[in-house]
Design a binder for this molecule. Structure first.
Ligand code: C5P
Length: 475
């Protein structure tokens, strides 16, 4: 049996060291010495310790004077890397939201982050030691950076600054946080936050594409007012939304589901092609079917890259969402996401773009409307089918008004895809598939043409993935 002082040392180590425990209990060093002398802890303080231990999946067994794991099979661990931006203060709320979802959080802070919040506030909240220094001998003795990077279900960088994203993209290891990102074998998610101009900069976007290609999942920033007073994309996504996405992802990493280990690329929504900075041409598309497919793929354990045009539908949790506008951008993002085991092209890609789109607004003049010259967009689906990294199963969609079956069969062959899901489009907007929650489709492969009944788009997604699972099993 352990004596009280040994147990107390274990509790202090579990809860992140003496300073963190003093902050948690709101006492000074003399109180800790008194507890040791007396061999007991006042009940109000004991309750605080119990709560903090419970958040780490531990329970204090008073009779045996020992700590034991409780529900250890259900406890998930996230390494929260906080980098230095004004949004760093939101990491405290984020940590709390993660813990509410049964996730234990270990904080790692960059030097910059410590300019905004203190390691003590993070450790008091998480009940864990906070790691800041690559070369700290104590940390190396307690838990070296390699162990820290490995013994976690996920590494989450939030907020991720432009500078830290650049370091990750270049594989730098000049601080504890960047070294962990290199050393970890766990999934990595990042939630960027920065000024809208910095977010839009091609250098930053290029770094993000590099990270996405390596499987880093990006929780895109929200659009709105940023701390620097500018409006646009760059504000850290709401902590509760980040916590939801992370929670979905860490639970998924613990499930062995049929499509785990598979990478699935999905296009969704419309592309929009600018005429000038104000006007554009586009296809009708709500993105509901593409997003339902992406959600279903995540549910079945796949690693999913969703390349989507502008839609109101939020991207499902637990995937990499790449937001694009034009067909050329969609093509680039899809090719950058390869290799993939399967590609599903559910996007309504505009067939044409405007040659030499104007950078200033076309004025209404006496001379009449502007003359617009259109050029054909690349066919992304056909391009993926011919790509030297062709996914082994490529699925296209088609919307047709006439001769659905003949047109769809012919289109499957012309595009070179394995399966084609064809919708019959009716002129009546009331009954139209666009924006609706249901879809009636033909499923066409080289040897089948099935007329599926009218189904919810989520059920169409389920049927397609049931087929896909069977297809991968027989492969
Ligand atoms: O030729 P059509 O637009 O009818 O083909 C529809 C299918 O091709 C859909 O799967 C759509 O996502 C894909 N497509 C594409 N790139 C285009 C046009 C269509 O990927 N430029």
């Amino acid at each position: 049996m352990t004596d009280f002082n040994t147990l107390f040392d274990q509790i202090i180590a579990e809860l992140g060291g003496r300073d963190a425990v003093m902050a948690l209990l709101d006492v000074g060093p003399s109180a800790l010495s008194n507890y040791r002398k007396r061999g007991t802890i006042p009940s109000a303080k004991q309750a605080l310790l119990d709560e903090a231990l419970a958040r780490k999946g531990l329970t204090f067994e008073a009779d045996d004077l020992r700590l034991s794991a409780r529900n250890s099979g259900e406890m998930r661990r996230v390494l929260l890397i906080i980098t230095g931006g004004i949004a760093a203060y939101k990491a405290l709320d984020l940590a709390r939201r993660l813990m509410e979802r049964g996730i234990s959080v270990t904080g790692v802070m960059s030097k910059g982050a410590q300019e905004f919040i203190t390691p003590l506030s993070v450790s008091a909240l998480t009940g864990e030691k906070v790691y800041t220094d690559l070369f700290s001998l104590t940390d190396e003795a307690e838990m070296g950076h390699i162990r820290l990077a490995r013994e976690t279900d996920m590494v989450l960088v939030a907020p991720a600054t432009a500078h830290f994203i650049a370091k990750m993209a270049h594989g730098m290891a000049d601080c504890l946080a960047s070294t962990i990102c290199l050393a970890t074998s766990a999934p990595v998610m990042i939630a960027p936050a920065m000024n809208p101009q910095m977010w839009a900069h091609p250098a930053l976007q290029h770094n993000l594409t590099t990270l996405a290609q390596r499987g880093v999942e990006i929780i895109a920033p929200a659009i709105g007012d940023t701390a620097c007073g500018e409006v646009g994309a760059g504000r850290l996504e709401e902590p509760i939304i980040i916590a939801e996405q992370v929670s979905a992802r860490v639970r998924q990493t613990h499930q062995t589901v049929a499509l785990s280990g598979k990478h699935i690329l999905i296009t969704s929504g419309p592309t929009i092609e600018p005429i000038d900075p104000i006007r554009f041409i586009a296809n009708r598309s709500s993105g509901k079917q593409g997003h339902a497919l992406a959600a279903e793929a995540v549910r079945r354990g796949a690693r999913v890259t969703l390349v989507s045009g502008p839609v109101t539908e939020p991207p499902p949790a637990g995937l990499t969402h790449i937001s694009i506008e034009t067909a050329h951008q969609m093509k680039e993002a899809c090719e950058a996401a390869l290799p993939a085991d399967s590609a599903i092209c559910a996007a309504a890609v505009a067939d044409w773009h405007v040659v030499g789109a104007s950078t200033s607004k076309h004025k209404k003049t006496q001379a009449g409307p502007p003359v617009i010259t259109l050029a054909t967009n690349p066919d992304i689906l056909a391009g993926l089918c011919q790509h030297d990294k062709r996914p082994s199963l490529v699925i296209g969609f088609a919307a047709e008004t006439d001769n659905l079956e003949t047109a769809a069969r012919e289109k499957r062959i012309r595009k070179g895809c394995d399966w084609l899901i064809a919708n019959h489009i009716v002129a009546d907007a009331e009954q139209s598939v666009f924006g609706a929650d249901t879809n009636q489709v033909l499923f066409i492969s080289s040897d089948a043409c099935e007329d599926w009944p009218s189904l919810k788009k989520t059920d169409v997604a389920r049927r397609i993935f049931d087929r896909m699972e069977a297809w991968f099993d027989c492969d």
